[in-house]
Design a protein around this ligand. Structure first.
Ligand code: NAP
Length: 245
């Protein structure tokens, strides 16, 4: 099974992506964490060394179309074909629609959604040859509920749900599953941008009464990436403490 055990995680230098990398490494995967900065690569390689995992950090900005084939061939040459792709990298650029400019709209669409089209297209080809694969896209609760000030972000996260189901239908016959995991309110740099009163108000509306951890999110991803999740595809799993049911 060694040739089925190479996982790529985008935006793995911090937050949820870093915990997914650690969790997949502990499941025995060779882990390739990508980051758009040298500093981020340093963090990924440090994490990999600390936990004694096999794999490496590779520089890649998810908005870079041109270097995607060379990213893939570098991974293949070093470790073999990728069988698990975790589309995790994401950004917010919040604003009310009437104030949102084209850049705020396009940057979020490019990073959160267009990148998933490109990365999935690149890596699914080898999964089709392997006749095995797992693609897991990180969505958000706001892709299901909407959120004022996040028309751009929630459009990408709703888009991920439709993308996931459609690709799942295209590649199911090749034994490739495509799923999404939609986090609620997880304690990372992304939510640390919120003010304390905003956080407290949000926590009040969560039945489990607290924010989630990146590890809790990562363990759900680990399950979907495992061979045990072989009959789940086109599905979205909410990890949100009951914020949206
Ligand atoms: P985070 O702490 O802000 O980390 C985001 C990661 O994405 C970083 O590694 C960042 O790299 C990377 N990234 C952003 N733009 C990139 C680009 N163009 N190329 C490559 N990497 C890029 O956020 P997080 O909370 O871990 O979020 C991870 C995923 O979960 C995102 O898709 C987010 O939308 C989703 N999510 C999070 C929450 C939450 O409560 N935290 C809730 C719902 C959904 P840099 O370090 O270089 O910036």
């Amino acid at each position: 099974m060694t040739d089925l055990r190479v996982a790529v995680i985008t935006g793995a230098n911090r937050g949820i992506g870093k915990e997914i990398l650690k969790s997949l490494a502990s499941d025995g995967f060779v882990v390739i964490g990508t980051s758009r900065s040298q500093d981020g690569l340093g963090h990924i390689n440090e994490t990999i060394n600390d936990i004694g995992a096999k794999g490496c950090g590779l520089e890649y900005d998810v908005n870079d179309k041109d270097s995607l084939p060379s990213l893939n061939s570098t991974i293949k040459d070093k470790f073999g074909p990728v069988s698990v792709l975790i589309n995790n990298a994401g950004i917010t650029k919040d604003n009310l629609l009437i104030r949102m400019n084209e850049n705020e709209w396009n940057d979020v669409l490019d990073t959160n959604l267009n990148s998933i089209f490109r990365l999935s297209k690149e890596f699914v080809k080898d999964m089709m040859k392997l006749r095995y694969g797992r693609i897991i896209n990180i969505g958000s609760v706001v892709g299901l509920t909407g959120n004022a000030g996040q028309t751009n972000y929630s459009a990408t996260k709703s888009g991920i749900l439709g993308f996931t189901k459609s690709l799942a239908k295209e590649v199911g016959s090749r034994n490739i599953t495509v799923n999404s995991v939609s986090p609620g309110f997880i304690d990372t740099d992304m939510t640390n941008q919120l003010k304390d009163d905003q956080k407290n108000a949000l926590i009040q509306s969560i039945p489990l009464g607290r924010m989630g951890t990146a590890t809790e999110l990562a363990k759900t991803v680990s399950f979907l990436a495992s061979e045990e999740a072989s009959y789940i595809t086109g599905e979205n799993i909410n990890v949100n403490g009951g914020l949206y049911m």
